[in-house]
Design a protein around this ligand. Structure first.
Ligand SMILES: C[C@@H](O)[C@H](N)C(=O)O
Ligand SMILES: C[C@@H](O)[C@H](N)C(=O)O
Lengths: 167, 167
């Protein structure tokens, strides 16, 4: 049956932190997020891919409210030696666009269509995180409006009110 | 208020493909997933982090049913030259464990607790993907049962039936 596309959400209130070169061994991500939690910082998406290089390291990125960016950077700086990561990257010029739906896992064409809509507008996807009910992409903040229009158009959602979504 | 933890889900039916060294320019991810969709392969989670090195490349990973692994690898091999990625990594020994809840964004301690539960048992988290309602981690398949027990215990979900979750 057809997947159900509920709507498109977008967010320009967030910043992104990438903890670069995290030792890919048990416990390091826990240390990162314990430091962030201790600073009482709200976290939205966390993305970590596999370590592929012989480095034995990987990168851990997360998004958070811009207003909490510097607090988070400071909290992570304090545990840098303990964790052993290489450096932090802070980026407050991101936008996030998400397609919300149901049953998207059994419809791989939905992700392809979403990505193609952005690719055709030359909008680069800097981070991707998906589940069965949500496809989320991080773009440049100044490309976000264009990205939202592109997705609305590709899925023929033009004119629809934006979905208020949770999660 | 407290976040609501609905339950823990786990899955050992999946394999993981990492497309390594994908040019981080508009359109490449679309090409990857168009090839996969054309082969009618169901995709579960997609994870892509930022490109940090001066390489201008990043890695794109996704999980899928083990039975479809070779078909997906073949489909991607066919578009390797067109996309320009470096290589593919195929891994059919993964497990996926997820914490399902509500309102986890405003409770950063939930992710930290989940990660700590695994770290303390020396279970390595190979991939992480989270949203406000779901924290998903990829582990070795032979560590999955231990991971599930660790999370149940940390969140005092012992004895509860496993949540049937969608998304
Ligand atoms: C990189 C980080 O996720 C590490 N693999 C851990 O388990 O904590
Ligand atoms: C790597 C891939 O996601 C690329 N940035 C794209 O937009 O397609």
């Amino acid at each position: 049956e057809q997947p159900i596309i509920a709507g498109v959400a977008h967010d320009r209130s967030e910043a992104k932190i990438t903890v670069v070169g995290v030792p890919d061994t048990p416990g390091t991500a826990a240390q990162i997020f314990e430091a962030v939690a201790e600073a009482e910082i709200n976290i939205d998406m966390i993305v970590q891919n596999v370590s592929v290089a012989a480095s034995g390291r990987t990168d851990v990125s997360f998004t958070l409210p811009k207003a909490e960016g510097q607090t988070a950077v400071a909290a992570l700086d304090r545990v840098k030696a303990a964790i052993g990561f290489e450096r932090l990257e802070y980026d407050d010029q991101i936008g996030k666009v998400s397609l919300i739906g149901v049953g998207m896992r059994s419809h791989p064409g939905v992700s392809a269509k979403f990505f193609k809509a952005l690719g055709e507008r030359k909008i680069n996807m800097e981070m991707i995180s998906t589940s069965e009910i949500r496809i989320s992409v991080v773009t440049r903040a100044d490309e976000l409006d264009d990205a939202v229009r592109a997705v609305h158009s590709a899925f023929e959602l033009d004119g629809e009110a934006e979905a208020t979504v949770y999660g």
